[in-house]
Design a protein around this ligand. Structure first.
Ligand code: NAP
Length: 241
């Protein structure tokens, strides 16, 4: 009998990550829900457990290398495997007033804000894949989904919000180079833009629900063996880098 797939979803306490955790559990995975606040991730996991989903909370700040090492140790100890990694945790630290973008200009942004954004949105996914890929290799199967954004597309780069845009462009680069190093292995990595979703980050004006945004991420997490790797997708369709 095939072992139940183990999925790790970062930033799963709310928004798109919570919807992805629910949908992966509904698809038959056991889901380790990662959040940086113990109480809120425990509450989110309890909510899904109450609906019969096989999920567990795990408190970790993904920007903290020792916390990610502890997560890797738990995965090895408790499950001996990691099949799916969803790099969903993200921050948007610049002023997000779309009517007045000058508040987030490349000429005035604090470089520290850019660095903190890249730390969470691009370097934490690097840390998490370093933690999870060894177990994927051992078990001969893996899917990594980097939750990116159209705001990171070099082919359509607008002005303003340099921290967020640079962080997602870096995450896209990480996706490409990881796919190159994993070529010929049974591990796939793709970047997915969920679209503009009504979450704490996306705001109430957004055009999609978190559930709609989650769909394309779950699609990439459950790709069959002949599915793509090293691509950028929205709603299961390729988009430009
Ligand atoms: N919403 C959109 O329109 C949109 C569009 C394109 C891409 N995205 C991407 O989609 C992903 C999810 O966004 P969302 O809209 O669901 O945002 P959200 O509601 O703000 O949720 C982000 C989640 O990430 C967690 N997180 C942030 N920093 C963390 C850290 N250092 N360690 C662990 N967890 C951390 C947050 O935890 P706390 O609860 O502790 O803050 C929160 O649970 C992000 O990568 C975002 O860039 C969103």
């Amino acid at each position: 009998m095939l072992a139940q797939k183990v999925a790790v979803v970062s930033g799963a306490a709310r928004g798109i990550g919570l919807a992805v955790a629910r949908d992966l559990a509904a698809a038959g995975c056991v889901v380790l829900m990662v959040g940086r606040h113990a109480e809120s991730i425990a509450a989110a996991a309890a909510q899904l457990q109450a609906s019969g989903h096989d999920v567990l909370p795990h408190a970790a700040d993904v920007t903290d290398a020792s916390a990610v090492a502890a997560l890797a140790a738990r995965l090895r100890r408790e499950f001996g495997r990691t099949d799916i990694l969803i790099n969903n945790a993200g921050v948007f630290l610049e002023p997000r007033d779309f009517a007045a973008p000058q508040g987030a200009s490349v000429f005035t942004v604090a470089p520290e804000v850019v660095a903190a954004t890249i730390d969470c949105n691009a370097l934490a996914p690097l840390r998490l894949q370093q933690a999870c890929v060894p177990l994927m290799r051992e078990n001969g199967w893996g899917r990594i989904v980097n939750v990116s954004s159209g705001m990171g597309q070099l082919s359509d780069m607008g002005g303003f919000w340099p921290g967020y845009r640079m962080s997602k462009a870096a995450l896209n680069a990480l996706t490409c180079l990881t796919a190159k190093e994993l070529a010929g292995t049974p591990i796939k990595v793709n970047a997915v833009c969920p679209g503009w979703c009504r979450t704490a980050m996306g705001g109430e004006e957004a055009t999609r629900s978190a559930d709609e945004g989650a769909r394309g991420i779950v699609w990439a997490a459950l790709l069959p063996d002949d599915g793509p790797s090293g691509g950028f997708f929205r709603d299961g369709q390729p988009i430009d880098w």
